[in-house]
Design a protein around this ligand. Sequence first.
Ligand SMILES: [Zn+2]
Length: 236
Amino acid sequence: MNPEVLENLVTANHILANEGVVDAYGHVSIRHPDREDRFLLSCSRSPELVQEQDIMEFELDGTDVNPGDRKPYLERFIHGAIYEKRPEIQSVVHNHAYEVLPFGVTDTPIRPVFHSAGRIGQKIPVWDIRDHFGDTNLLVANHEQGLSLAETLGDNFAVLMRGHGCTVAGITLEEAVLSSIYLMVNARIQMQSMQLGDVKYLSVGEADLNSQYNQPPVATERAWEFLCKRVQGKIE
Ligand SMILES: [Zn+2]
């Protein structure tokens, strides 16, 4: 495997922490570049602290391939299930950003309100674990629950998880990270806008034109370089 693959995944962990998307909890994975039936994800550590030696390899049902004495994240099942259901997805971020939570516990949908958030997609469904599994601790703790979440995600790029957080899928690692950041920022701006009055959201066409599929690589590269620069030196 190209060493840059692991380096980028570690950097993505640090960026998500630096931007406030994840704190002690939350995680980011990539599909294995040489084996589409596996994915790479840190062991159970806070993203800010993740290093290359923490990255573990998993089968899509969450089985750890070569764990050693490292403990996996309980919620690794989120990642494998999405890679199983969505062959085009190359990266998954799960987080508990507080700004997003209100939209998962009310009937108000989160929708893109500004151009950079078009990448999160026009439709962001809400998955309620209780509808499918009754009373739980709300965590995705097995492959069946992961598949249920992936089913609700459908063809979209983000899914809210009622009373818990959200999960974002990307066609690249960079897109998954950027979409996670902009989902959080969109939640903040949408909430502020709703306090002022009726909100004018992006139209379906506007969201499509700003979607992950339509992002020019130069725009993504520019944002990625900026985010890498911001995190450099802050996290060793
Ligand atoms: Zn979680």
